[in-house]
Design a protein around this ligand. Structure first.
Ligand code: NAG
Ligand code: NAG
Ligand code: NAG
Ligand code: NAG
Ligand code: NAG
Ligand code: NAG
Ligand code: NAG
Ligand code: NAG
Length: 443
Protein backbone atom coordinates (compact mmCIF):
# COMPACT_ATOMS: atom_id res chain seq x y z
CA UNK A 1 0.00 0.00 0.00
CA UNK A 2 1.54 3.23 -1.17
CA UNK A 3 -0.37 6.00 0.58
CA UNK A 4 1.68 7.04 3.55
CA UNK A 5 -0.70 8.63 6.00
CA UNK A 6 2.06 10.79 7.50
CA UNK A 7 2.71 12.55 4.21
CA UNK A 8 -1.04 12.89 3.77
CA UNK A 9 -1.51 14.52 7.18
CA UNK A 10 1.34 16.93 6.52
CA UNK A 11 -0.20 18.02 3.25
CA UNK A 12 -3.61 18.40 4.88
CA UNK A 13 -2.16 20.60 7.61
CA UNK A 14 -0.41 22.78 5.05
CA UNK A 15 -3.79 23.42 3.37
CA UNK A 16 -2.95 23.04 -0.32
CA UNK A 17 -4.58 25.42 -2.74
CA UNK A 18 -6.43 22.56 -4.34
CA UNK A 19 -8.58 21.85 -1.30
CA UNK A 20 -10.42 25.09 -2.01
CA UNK A 21 -11.93 23.49 -5.11
CA UNK A 22 -15.06 21.42 -4.89
CA UNK A 23 -18.81 21.56 -5.45
CA UNK A 24 -20.85 24.17 -3.57
CA UNK A 25 -24.57 24.46 -2.78
CA UNK A 26 -26.75 27.52 -3.32
CA UNK A 27 -30.41 28.33 -3.88
CA UNK A 28 -31.46 27.37 -7.41
CA UNK A 29 -32.00 30.11 -10.02
CA UNK A 30 -35.66 31.11 -10.42
CA UNK A 31 -36.01 29.49 -13.85
CA UNK A 32 -34.14 26.30 -12.88
CA UNK A 33 -35.41 23.08 -14.42
CA UNK A 34 -33.76 19.92 -13.06
CA UNK A 35 -34.96 17.62 -15.82
CA UNK A 36 -35.83 18.31 -19.47
CA UNK A 37 -37.74 15.42 -21.04
CA UNK A 38 -37.66 14.35 -24.66
CA UNK A 39 -35.46 13.44 -27.59
CA UNK A 40 -35.01 16.91 -29.04
CA UNK A 41 -31.77 18.80 -28.46
CA UNK A 42 -31.64 21.68 -25.98
CA UNK A 43 -32.47 25.22 -27.07
CA UNK A 44 -28.89 26.20 -26.17
CA UNK A 45 -27.36 23.51 -28.42
CA UNK A 46 -29.72 24.42 -31.20
CA UNK A 47 -28.66 28.07 -30.93
CA UNK A 48 -24.97 27.10 -30.87
CA UNK A 49 -25.31 25.11 -34.09
CA UNK A 50 -27.37 27.85 -35.75
CA UNK A 51 -24.72 30.45 -34.91
CA UNK A 52 -21.92 28.19 -36.07
CA UNK A 53 -23.67 27.55 -39.38
CA UNK A 54 -24.24 31.26 -39.90
CA UNK A 55 -20.98 32.76 -38.67
CA UNK A 56 -18.30 30.12 -39.10
CA UNK A 57 -19.24 27.46 -41.64
CA UNK A 58 -19.54 29.61 -44.81
CA UNK A 59 -15.84 30.55 -44.65
CA UNK A 60 -14.85 27.13 -43.32
CA UNK A 61 -16.47 25.28 -46.24
CA UNK A 62 -15.09 27.78 -48.74
CA UNK A 63 -11.56 27.24 -47.39
CA UNK A 64 -11.96 23.45 -47.27
CA UNK A 65 -13.28 23.18 -50.84
CA UNK A 66 -10.42 25.38 -52.08
CA UNK A 67 -7.96 23.08 -50.32
CA UNK A 68 -9.52 20.08 -52.00
CA UNK A 69 -9.52 21.73 -55.43
CA UNK A 70 -5.89 22.76 -55.15
CA UNK A 71 -4.97 19.06 -55.07
CA UNK A 72 -6.56 18.90 -58.58
CA UNK A 73 -8.94 16.17 -57.46
CA UNK A 74 -11.99 16.15 -59.74
CA UNK A 75 -15.05 16.50 -57.55
CA UNK A 76 -18.39 15.15 -58.79
CA UNK A 77 -20.53 18.08 -59.90
CA UNK A 78 -23.12 17.61 -57.16
CA UNK A 79 -20.40 17.68 -54.46
CA UNK A 80 -19.07 20.92 -55.85
CA UNK A 81 -22.56 22.36 -55.87
CA UNK A 82 -23.15 21.37 -52.26
CA UNK A 83 -19.84 22.81 -51.10
CA UNK A 84 -20.53 26.07 -52.90
CA UNK A 85 -24.12 26.41 -51.75
CA UNK A 86 -25.16 27.54 -48.30
CA UNK A 87 -26.81 24.15 -47.67
CA UNK A 88 -23.69 22.78 -46.01
CA UNK A 89 -23.78 19.19 -44.83
CA UNK A 90 -23.78 18.70 -41.07
CA UNK A 91 -20.56 16.86 -40.31
CA UNK A 92 -19.84 15.11 -37.02
CA UNK A 93 -16.46 13.72 -35.97
CA UNK A 94 -16.37 10.80 -33.51
CA UNK A 95 -13.07 9.89 -31.91
CA UNK A 96 -12.75 6.49 -30.29
CA UNK A 97 -11.54 5.01 -27.06
CA UNK A 98 -8.38 2.99 -26.58
CA UNK A 99 -6.47 4.88 -23.87
CA UNK A 100 -3.41 7.02 -24.60
CA UNK A 101 -2.99 5.32 -27.96
CA UNK A 102 -6.48 6.46 -29.00
CA UNK A 103 -5.94 9.99 -27.69
CA UNK A 104 -2.69 10.28 -29.66
CA UNK A 105 -4.03 8.58 -32.80
CA UNK A 106 -7.18 10.74 -32.69
CA UNK A 107 -5.02 13.84 -32.30
CA UNK A 108 -3.05 12.81 -35.38
CA UNK A 109 -6.23 12.47 -37.42
CA UNK A 110 -7.61 15.81 -36.18
CA UNK A 111 -4.28 17.38 -37.19
CA UNK A 112 -4.75 15.92 -40.67
CA UNK A 113 -8.21 17.55 -40.82
CA UNK A 114 -7.04 20.87 -39.37
CA UNK A 115 -7.01 23.81 -41.79
CA UNK A 116 -4.27 25.46 -39.68
CA UNK A 117 -1.72 22.81 -40.62
CA UNK A 118 -0.02 23.57 -43.93
CA UNK A 119 0.82 19.93 -44.72
CA UNK A 120 -2.81 18.93 -44.17
CA UNK A 121 -3.95 21.81 -46.36
CA UNK A 122 -1.56 20.71 -49.10
CA UNK A 123 -2.99 17.18 -48.96
CA UNK A 124 -6.54 18.55 -49.30
CA UNK A 125 -7.76 17.12 -45.97
CA UNK A 126 -7.10 20.27 -43.92
CA UNK A 127 -10.17 22.34 -43.14
CA UNK A 128 -12.68 19.59 -42.39
CA UNK A 129 -12.18 20.03 -38.63
CA UNK A 130 -13.19 23.68 -38.98
CA UNK A 131 -16.19 22.66 -41.13
CA UNK A 132 -17.50 20.02 -38.69
CA UNK A 133 -20.43 20.88 -36.45
CA UNK A 134 -20.01 18.26 -33.69
CA UNK A 135 -17.04 16.49 -32.09
CA UNK A 136 -17.69 13.47 -29.87
CA UNK A 137 -15.11 11.64 -27.75
CA UNK A 138 -15.29 8.44 -25.77
CA UNK A 139 -12.76 7.19 -23.20
CA UNK A 140 -9.24 7.96 -24.55
CA UNK A 141 -10.99 9.99 -27.27
CA UNK A 142 -12.66 12.05 -24.53
CA UNK A 143 -9.22 12.92 -23.12
CA UNK A 144 -8.28 14.39 -26.50
CA UNK A 145 -11.62 16.18 -26.78
CA UNK A 146 -11.57 17.65 -23.26
CA UNK A 147 -7.94 18.65 -23.55
CA UNK A 148 -8.50 20.37 -26.90
CA UNK A 149 -11.64 22.19 -25.80
CA UNK A 150 -10.31 23.44 -22.46
CA UNK A 151 -7.07 24.69 -24.04
CA UNK A 152 -9.24 26.93 -26.27
CA UNK A 153 -8.78 24.88 -29.45
CA UNK A 154 -5.07 25.30 -30.11
CA UNK A 155 -3.27 23.41 -32.88
CA UNK A 156 -2.55 19.77 -32.10
CA UNK A 157 1.20 20.50 -31.89
CA UNK A 158 0.59 23.16 -29.23
CA UNK A 159 -1.87 20.92 -27.41
CA UNK A 160 0.32 17.82 -27.16
CA UNK A 161 3.71 19.45 -26.66
CA UNK A 162 2.79 22.70 -24.89
CA UNK A 163 4.43 25.95 -25.88
CA UNK A 164 6.86 26.23 -23.02
CA UNK A 165 5.22 29.27 -21.44
CA UNK A 166 4.51 29.26 -17.72
CA UNK A 167 0.81 29.09 -16.72
CA UNK A 168 0.05 27.80 -20.19
CA UNK A 169 -0.96 24.35 -21.22
CA UNK A 170 2.09 22.19 -20.52
CA UNK A 171 1.49 19.38 -23.05
CA UNK A 172 0.39 15.82 -22.39
CA UNK A 173 3.35 14.81 -20.19
CA UNK A 174 3.64 11.34 -21.63
CA UNK A 175 6.78 10.74 -19.55
CA UNK A 176 4.49 10.03 -16.57
CA UNK A 177 2.05 7.14 -16.59
CA UNK A 178 -1.37 8.03 -15.17
CA UNK A 179 -1.44 6.02 -11.91
CA UNK A 180 2.14 5.02 -11.34
CA UNK A 181 4.06 8.22 -11.78
CA UNK A 182 7.33 7.32 -10.14
CA UNK A 183 9.43 4.29 -9.30
CA UNK A 184 10.42 6.08 -6.10
CA UNK A 185 7.87 5.00 -3.46
CA UNK A 186 8.19 8.30 -1.57
CA UNK A 187 7.42 10.31 -4.71
CA UNK A 188 4.54 7.98 -5.62
CA UNK A 189 3.17 8.45 -2.09
CA UNK A 190 3.27 12.25 -2.42
CA UNK A 191 1.35 11.92 -5.67
CA UNK A 192 -1.27 9.61 -4.13
CA UNK A 193 -1.67 11.88 -1.10
CA UNK A 194 -2.12 14.98 -3.25
CA UNK A 195 -4.80 13.24 -5.27
CA UNK A 196 -6.66 12.12 -2.16
CA UNK A 197 -6.36 15.57 -0.64
CA UNK A 198 -7.79 17.20 -3.78
CA UNK A 199 -11.00 15.22 -3.20
CA UNK A 200 -11.50 16.45 0.37
CA UNK A 201 -14.03 19.22 -0.28
CA UNK A 202 -16.15 17.04 -2.54
CA UNK A 203 -16.01 14.12 -0.11
CA UNK A 204 -17.70 16.21 2.59
CA UNK A 205 -21.00 16.21 0.70
CA UNK A 206 -20.81 13.63 -2.07
CA UNK A 207 -19.88 10.00 -2.53
CA UNK A 208 -16.32 9.68 -3.81
CA UNK A 209 -14.77 6.72 -5.56
CA UNK A 210 -11.90 5.67 -7.76
CA UNK A 211 -13.53 7.83 -10.47
CA UNK A 212 -12.59 10.99 -8.59
CA UNK A 213 -8.99 9.92 -8.10
CA UNK A 214 -8.79 8.94 -11.77
CA UNK A 215 -10.11 12.35 -12.82
CA UNK A 216 -7.54 14.14 -10.66
CA UNK A 217 -4.72 11.98 -12.09
CA UNK A 218 -5.86 12.56 -15.69
CA UNK A 219 -6.17 16.32 -15.11
CA UNK A 220 -2.38 16.46 -14.72
CA UNK A 221 -2.04 15.30 -18.32
CA UNK A 222 -4.97 16.80 -20.16
CA UNK A 223 -5.85 20.15 -18.56
CA UNK A 224 -4.02 23.42 -17.95
CA UNK A 225 -1.76 23.90 -14.96
CA UNK A 226 0.68 20.96 -14.92
CA UNK A 227 4.15 20.87 -16.43
CA UNK A 228 7.04 18.42 -16.04
CA UNK A 229 8.56 20.84 -13.52
CA UNK A 230 5.54 21.26 -11.26
CA UNK A 231 4.18 17.71 -11.57
CA UNK A 232 4.74 16.88 -7.88
CA UNK A 233 4.16 20.35 -6.53
CA UNK A 234 1.29 21.81 -4.62
CA UNK A 235 -0.66 23.54 -7.41
CA UNK A 236 -4.23 23.13 -8.54
CA UNK A 237 -3.42 20.74 -11.43
CA UNK A 238 -6.52 21.74 -13.34
CA UNK A 239 -8.92 21.44 -10.39
CA UNK A 240 -11.83 23.83 -10.87
CA UNK A 241 -11.83 23.58 -14.68
CA UNK A 242 -15.52 22.87 -15.26
CA UNK A 243 -17.15 21.39 -18.33
CA UNK A 244 -20.02 23.91 -18.26
CA UNK A 245 -17.53 26.81 -18.02
CA UNK A 246 -16.12 25.92 -21.43
CA UNK A 247 -18.90 28.08 -22.91
CA UNK A 248 -16.87 31.09 -21.71
CA UNK A 249 -13.77 30.15 -23.69
CA UNK A 250 -13.23 32.59 -26.57
CA UNK A 251 -13.37 29.90 -29.28
CA UNK A 252 -16.65 28.49 -27.93
CA UNK A 253 -18.14 31.94 -27.41
CA UNK A 254 -17.31 32.68 -31.07
CA UNK A 255 -18.61 29.23 -32.19
CA UNK A 256 -15.22 28.37 -33.72
CA UNK A 257 -15.21 24.93 -32.05
CA UNK A 258 -17.36 22.02 -33.12
CA UNK A 259 -19.97 21.23 -30.41
CA UNK A 260 -18.25 18.91 -27.89
CA UNK A 261 -19.90 15.74 -26.55
CA UNK A 262 -18.63 12.94 -24.27
CA UNK A 263 -20.19 9.47 -24.00
CA UNK A 264 -20.77 7.52 -20.75
CA UNK A 265 -22.35 4.21 -19.77
CA UNK A 266 -24.31 3.26 -16.68
CA UNK A 267 -23.42 0.38 -14.35
CA UNK A 268 -26.79 -0.95 -13.27
CA UNK A 269 -27.88 -3.65 -10.87
CA UNK A 270 -31.17 -3.90 -12.74
CA UNK A 271 -30.19 -4.47 -16.35
CA UNK A 272 -29.14 -7.96 -17.36
CA UNK A 273 -29.31 -8.15 -21.17
CA UNK A 274 -26.73 -9.68 -23.51
CA UNK A 275 -23.17 -8.43 -23.18
CA UNK A 276 -21.21 -7.51 -26.31
CA UNK A 277 -19.05 -10.52 -27.22
CA UNK A 278 -15.55 -10.32 -25.78
CA UNK A 279 -16.53 -7.60 -23.32
CA UNK A 280 -16.79 -7.98 -19.59
CA UNK A 281 -19.04 -5.05 -19.07
CA UNK A 282 -22.36 -3.45 -19.71
CA UNK A 283 -25.37 -5.14 -21.35
CA UNK A 284 -26.29 -3.98 -24.84
CA UNK A 285 -29.75 -2.90 -23.68
CA UNK A 286 -28.32 -0.35 -21.19
CA UNK A 287 -29.24 3.27 -21.92
CA UNK A 288 -26.36 5.40 -23.24
CA UNK A 289 -25.56 8.76 -21.67
CA UNK A 290 -23.77 11.85 -22.91
CA UNK A 291 -22.40 15.02 -21.42
CA UNK A 292 -22.18 18.16 -23.52
CA UNK A 293 -21.38 21.73 -22.49
CA UNK A 294 -25.05 22.35 -21.71
CA UNK A 295 -26.56 19.05 -20.59
CA UNK A 296 -25.96 15.56 -19.28
CA UNK A 297 -28.56 13.04 -20.28
CA UNK A 298 -29.86 10.20 -22.37
CA UNK A 299 -31.60 10.27 -25.76
CA UNK A 300 -32.66 6.61 -25.67
CA UNK A 301 -36.39 5.81 -25.50
CA UNK A 302 -36.15 4.26 -22.04
CA UNK A 303 -35.22 7.57 -20.41
CA UNK A 304 -35.13 10.49 -22.87
CA UNK A 305 -34.24 13.04 -20.18
CA UNK A 306 -31.51 15.62 -19.59
CA UNK A 307 -30.19 17.75 -16.74
CA UNK A 308 -28.03 20.90 -16.84
CA UNK A 309 -24.29 20.06 -16.83
CA UNK A 310 -23.63 23.19 -14.78
CA UNK A 311 -25.74 21.81 -11.93
CA UNK A 312 -24.69 18.16 -11.96
CA UNK A 313 -24.89 16.85 -8.41
CA UNK A 314 -28.30 18.54 -7.93
CA UNK A 315 -31.33 16.36 -7.18
CA UNK A 316 -34.15 18.86 -6.60
CA UNK A 317 -35.18 22.33 -7.70
CA UNK A 318 -34.52 24.15 -4.43
CA UNK A 319 -30.87 23.51 -3.61
CA UNK A 320 -28.52 23.68 -6.60
CA UNK A 321 -25.00 22.32 -6.81
CA UNK A 322 -22.29 23.96 -8.91
CA UNK A 323 -18.73 22.82 -9.44
CA UNK A 324 -19.53 19.09 -9.65
CA UNK A 325 -18.82 19.02 -13.40
CA UNK A 326 -15.02 18.96 -13.12
CA UNK A 327 -13.89 18.45 -16.72
CA UNK A 328 -11.56 15.53 -16.02
CA UNK A 329 -14.03 13.89 -13.63
CA UNK A 330 -16.41 13.68 -16.59
CA UNK A 331 -13.72 12.58 -19.03
CA UNK A 332 -12.51 10.19 -16.31
CA UNK A 333 -16.03 8.74 -16.16
CA UNK A 334 -15.99 8.14 -19.90
CA UNK A 335 -12.71 6.23 -19.40
CA UNK A 336 -13.51 4.49 -16.11
CA UNK A 337 -12.83 0.81 -16.75
CA UNK A 338 -12.30 -0.12 -13.12
CA UNK A 339 -15.67 -1.79 -12.80
CA UNK A 340 -14.58 -4.24 -15.47
CA UNK A 341 -12.51 -6.85 -13.75
CA UNK A 342 -9.25 -8.18 -15.18
CA UNK A 343 -8.79 -5.53 -17.84
CA UNK A 344 -5.37 -3.97 -18.17
CA UNK A 345 -6.43 -0.77 -16.42
CA UNK A 346 -7.70 -2.64 -13.37
CA UNK A 347 -4.64 -4.82 -13.24
CA UNK A 348 -2.34 -1.82 -13.50
CA UNK A 349 -4.16 -0.49 -10.47
CA UNK A 350 -3.11 -3.41 -8.33
CA UNK A 351 0.18 -1.61 -7.64
CA UNK A 352 -1.67 1.48 -6.42
CA UNK A 353 -5.22 0.45 -5.65
CA UNK A 354 -6.92 3.82 -5.62
CA UNK A 355 -10.37 2.27 -5.03
CA UNK A 356 -9.07 1.04 -1.73
CA UNK A 357 -7.08 4.19 -0.94
CA UNK A 358 -10.10 6.41 -1.55
CA UNK A 359 -12.35 4.24 0.59
CA UNK A 360 -9.79 4.15 3.40
CA UNK A 361 -9.43 7.93 3.38
CA UNK A 362 -13.13 8.75 2.92
CA UNK A 363 -15.10 5.69 4.10
CA UNK A 364 -18.15 5.22 1.88
CA UNK A 365 -21.42 3.55 2.75
CA UNK A 366 -21.15 -0.24 2.33
CA UNK A 367 -23.66 -0.27 -0.54
CA UNK A 368 -21.76 2.23 -2.66
CA UNK A 369 -19.69 1.12 -5.61
CA UNK A 370 -16.17 2.46 -5.28
CA UNK A 371 -15.03 1.19 -8.70
CA UNK A 372 -17.37 3.46 -10.75
CA UNK A 373 -17.80 7.26 -11.11
CA UNK A 374 -20.81 8.29 -9.05
CA UNK A 375 -23.40 11.00 -9.72
CA UNK A 376 -26.38 11.92 -7.52
CA UNK A 377 -29.31 10.78 -9.69
CA UNK A 378 -31.13 13.79 -11.19
CA UNK A 379 -33.52 11.32 -12.88
CA UNK A 380 -34.82 9.81 -9.65
CA UNK A 381 -38.46 8.92 -10.24
CA UNK A 382 -38.27 9.72 -13.97
CA UNK A 383 -39.60 7.13 -16.46
CA UNK A 384 -39.97 4.46 -13.73
CA UNK A 385 -41.56 1.93 -16.07
CA UNK A 386 -38.69 1.88 -18.55
CA UNK A 387 -35.65 3.33 -16.77
CA UNK A 388 -34.94 0.81 -14.06
CA UNK A 389 -32.30 3.01 -12.37
CA UNK A 390 -34.99 5.60 -11.76
CA UNK A 391 -35.22 4.12 -8.23
CA UNK A 392 -31.55 4.78 -7.44
CA UNK A 393 -30.28 7.85 -5.58
CA UNK A 394 -26.81 7.48 -7.15
CA UNK A 395 -26.05 6.73 -10.81
CA UNK A 396 -22.90 4.64 -11.09
CA UNK A 397 -21.31 5.51 -14.41
CA UNK A 398 -18.38 4.06 -16.35
CA UNK A 399 -16.43 3.99 -19.61
CA UNK A 400 -18.65 4.76 -22.59
CA UNK A 401 -17.18 1.81 -24.47
CA UNK A 402 -18.17 -0.84 -21.94
CA UNK A 403 -21.23 -1.74 -24.03
CA UNK A 404 -19.12 -2.34 -27.14
CA UNK A 405 -19.55 1.14 -28.67
CA UNK A 406 -15.89 2.13 -28.81
CA UNK A 407 -16.36 4.90 -31.39
CA UNK A 408 -18.98 7.38 -30.13
CA UNK A 409 -21.44 7.20 -33.02
CA UNK A 410 -24.56 7.33 -30.87
CA UNK A 411 -24.57 11.12 -30.26
CA UNK A 412 -24.33 11.59 -34.04
CA UNK A 413 -27.40 9.39 -34.56
CA UNK A 414 -29.71 11.51 -32.38
CA UNK A 415 -32.30 12.36 -35.08
CA UNK A 416 -32.76 15.95 -33.98
CA UNK A 417 -29.03 16.63 -34.59
CA UNK A 418 -29.67 15.95 -38.29
CA UNK A 419 -26.09 14.88 -38.93
CA UNK A 420 -25.43 14.06 -42.61
CA UNK A 421 -21.86 12.73 -42.43
CA UNK A 422 -19.99 11.02 -39.59
CA UNK A 423 -16.21 10.85 -39.67
CA UNK A 424 -15.32 7.95 -37.39
CA UNK A 425 -11.80 7.85 -35.98
CA UNK A 426 -11.45 4.26 -34.85
CA UNK A 427 -8.14 3.76 -33.05
CA UNK A 428 -9.04 0.19 -32.08
CA UNK A 429 -9.59 -1.09 -35.61
CA UNK A 430 -6.66 0.99 -36.87
CA UNK A 431 -4.46 -0.79 -34.36
CA UNK A 432 -5.75 -4.21 -35.47
CA UNK A 433 -5.01 -3.27 -39.09
CA UNK A 434 -1.51 -2.04 -38.32
CA UNK A 435 -0.72 -5.20 -36.35
CA UNK A 436 -2.05 -7.36 -39.19
CA UNK A 437 0.10 -5.46 -41.70
CA UNK A 438 3.20 -5.82 -39.54
CA UNK A 439 2.53 -9.55 -39.19
CA UNK A 440 1.99 -9.94 -42.94
CA UNK A 441 5.16 -7.98 -43.67
CA UNK A 442 7.12 -10.22 -41.30
CA UNK A 443 5.93 -13.39 -43.00
C1 NAG B 1 0.18 24.77 -0.93
O1 NAG B 1 -0.40 25.96 -1.46
C2 NAG B 1 -1.06 26.78 -0.52
C3 NAG B 1 -1.74 27.92 -1.26
O2 NAG B 1 -0.95 28.41 -2.29
C4 NAG B 1 -0.06 27.26 0.53
O3 NAG B 1 -0.73 28.01 1.50
C5 NAG B 1 0.61 26.05 1.18
O4 NAG B 1 1.60 26.47 2.08
C6 NAG B 1 1.23 25.13 0.15
N1 NAG B 1 1.70 23.90 0.78
C7 NAG B 1 2.91 23.37 0.57
C8 NAG B 1 3.20 22.07 1.27
O5 NAG B 1 3.72 23.89 -0.15
C1 NAG C 1 1.58 19.89 -39.41
O1 NAG C 1 1.54 18.54 -39.04
C2 NAG C 1 2.76 17.86 -39.26
C3 NAG C 1 2.52 16.39 -38.98
O2 NAG C 1 2.20 16.17 -37.64
C4 NAG C 1 3.84 18.46 -38.38
O3 NAG C 1 5.07 17.81 -38.62
C5 NAG C 1 3.97 19.94 -38.69
O4 NAG C 1 4.86 20.55 -37.80
C6 NAG C 1 2.62 20.64 -38.61
N1 NAG C 1 2.75 21.97 -39.11
C7 NAG C 1 2.36 23.04 -38.45
C8 NAG C 1 2.58 24.34 -39.14
O5 NAG C 1 1.86 22.98 -37.35
C1 NAG D 1 -5.91 26.94 -20.81
O1 NAG D 1 -4.78 27.53 -21.38
C2 NAG D 1 -5.01 28.11 -22.66
C3 NAG D 1 -3.67 28.55 -23.21
O2 NAG D 1 -3.06 29.45 -22.36
C4 NAG D 1 -6.00 29.25 -22.51
O3 NAG D 1 -6.23 29.86 -23.75
C5 NAG D 1 -7.30 28.68 -21.96
O4 NAG D 1 -8.24 29.71 -21.74
C6 NAG D 1 -7.06 27.95 -20.65
N1 NAG D 1 -8.27 27.23 -20.29
C7 NAG D 1 -8.84 27.30 -19.09
C8 NAG D 1 -10.07 26.47 -18.89
O5 NAG D 1 -8.40 27.97 -18.19
C1 NAG E 1 -32.96 -10.54 -15.65
O1 NAG E 1 -33.83 -9.67 -14.97
C2 NAG E 1 -35.20 -10.10 -14.97
C3 NAG E 1 -36.02 -8.98 -14.35
O2 NAG E 1 -35.43 -8.51 -13.15
C4 NAG E 1 -35.30 -11.43 -14.22
O3 NAG E 1 -36.62 -11.88 -14.26
C5 NAG E 1 -34.38 -12.44 -14.92
O4 NAG E 1 -34.38 -13.65 -14.19
C6 NAG E 1 -32.97 -11.91 -15.02
N1 NAG E 1 -32.17 -12.83 -15.82
C7 NAG E 1 -30.92 -13.18 -15.50
C8 NAG E 1 -30.23 -14.09 -16.48
O5 NAG E 1 -30.35 -12.82 -14.48
C1 NAG F 1 -32.77 19.16 -2.02
O1 NAG F 1 -31.50 18.55 -2.09
C2 NAG F 1 -30.68 18.84 -0.98
C3 NAG F 1 -29.30 18.28 -1.25
O2 NAG F 1 -29.34 16.99 -1.70
C4 NAG F 1 -31.31 18.30 0.29
O3 NAG F 1 -30.47 18.59 1.40
C5 NAG F 1 -32.66 18.96 0.48
O4 NAG F 1 -33.31 18.41 1.59
C6 NAG F 1 -33.52 18.76 -0.76
N1 NAG F 1 -34.70 19.58 -0.64
C7 NAG F 1 -35.91 19.12 -0.93
C8 NAG F 1 -37.00 20.11 -0.80
O5 NAG F 1 -36.10 17.97 -1.26
C1 NAG G 1 -9.46 -12.73 -13.48
O1 NAG G 1 -8.14 -13.16 -13.17
C2 NAG G 1 -8.09 -14.12 -12.16
C3 NAG G 1 -6.63 -14.36 -11.78
O2 NAG G 1 -5.81 -14.36 -12.91
C4 NAG G 1 -8.82 -15.40 -12.64
O3 NAG G 1 -8.80 -16.36 -11.64
C5 NAG G 1 -10.25 -15.03 -12.98
O4 NAG G 1 -10.92 -16.14 -13.52
C6 NAG G 1 -10.33 -13.88 -13.97
N1 NAG G 1 -11.71 -13.45 -14.11
C7 NAG G 1 -12.30 -13.22 -15.30
C8 NAG G 1 -13.73 -12.77 -15.23
O5 NAG G 1 -11.73 -13.36 -16.36
C1 NAG H 1 -8.74 -2.87 -5.01
O1 NAG H 1 -9.51 -2.77 -3.83
C2 NAG H 1 -10.87 -3.18 -3.98
C3 NAG H 1 -11.61 -2.85 -2.69
O2 NAG H 1 -11.02 -3.50 -1.60
C4 NAG H 1 -10.92 -4.66 -4.36
O3 NAG H 1 -12.26 -5.04 -4.55
C5 NAG H 1 -10.13 -4.84 -5.67
O4 NAG H 1 -10.07 -6.21 -5.97
C6 NAG H 1 -8.72 -4.30 -5.55
N1 NAG H 1 -8.15 -4.32 -6.87
C7 NAG H 1 -6.93 -4.75 -7.13
C8 NAG H 1 -6.53 -4.71 -8.57
O5 NAG H 1 -6.17 -5.11 -6.27
C1 NAG I 1 -15.72 1.05 1.87
O1 NAG I 1 -15.63 1.42 3.21
C2 NAG I 1 -16.79 1.11 3.99
C3 NAG I 1 -16.61 1.72 5.37
O2 NAG I 1 -15.35 1.38 5.91
C4 NAG I 1 -16.99 -0.39 4.00
O3 NAG I 1 -18.15 -0.70 4.73
C5 NAG I 1 -17.15 -0.85 2.57
O4 NAG I 1 -17.27 -2.26 2.52
C6 NAG I 1 -15.97 -0.45 1.72
N1 NAG I 1 -16.25 -0.77 0.33
C7 NAG I 1 -15.49 -1.57 -0.41
C8 NAG I 1 -16.01 -1.89 -1.77
O5 NAG I 1 -14.42 -2.00 -0.03
Amino acid sequence: MLGSSTAFTLLLLSGAASTAFGPTFQRCPADFQLVRRGQTISAAESQYIRDRREKVLPDAFKAYSQNVKRTRIELPKYVEEILESTQFPTVGISTSGGGDRAAIFGAGVLNALDGRNSSSVKKGTGGLLQAATHLAGLSGGSWLLTSLVQANFPTIQHLMFGDGKKQDFGGWLTSFSVWTVSTDPAEQAIFADEILQEMAVKAKHFPVSVGDAWGRALARHFTNGTTVDNFFSNTSHGAGILFSDFTNLPTLASHEQPFPIIVLDIVSNHINGTIFPGKNGIPLNSPMFEVNIFEMGCYDDVLAAHTPTKHLGTTNESLCVTGFDEAMFISGTSSNLFSERNNTASLAMSTANFSLLVNETYPQSPGLRIDTSNYPNPFHGIAPDTFSDSVETILSMCDGGEDGQVTPLQPMLVPDRKIDIIIAIDAVRARAKIIRRVRLARR
